[in-house]
Design a protein around this ligand. Sequence first.
Ligand SMILES: [Zn+2]
Length: 87
Amino acid sequence: MNVQKLEQVDLPDPRTTTVFEMSGIPGISGKGGISYTCPSCQSVLLENVSASYMARIVFRCPACGKLSRMQTRKSPPMHVPSSMQTQ
Ligand SMILES: [Zn+2]
C-alpha cells in the first residue's frame, strides 16, 4: 500500500480553508490506493483514498489535534516556445 505523510498546517485561513474535524481513525476511508498519515503522531487519517481527494481541505487529527493537508502539487514551469523569438 502506498502510504504518504500529510503536510502539517499551522494556521489555516478560515476564510479560504475548510477544516475537517475527524471523529475517528481513519477519519475517511475510500477505495483509492493511497493512505495518508498524520505528520505528528503517524495515525492513519485518510485510508485508501485517491491522490487528489479533498486536496483543498485541512484535516484535524482526532488523536493529537494537529492540522494537516495533502501536499499540493506545484504546477510545472512555463516554457516560452522558441518559435516566438523574433528573427
Ligand atoms: Zn495526529
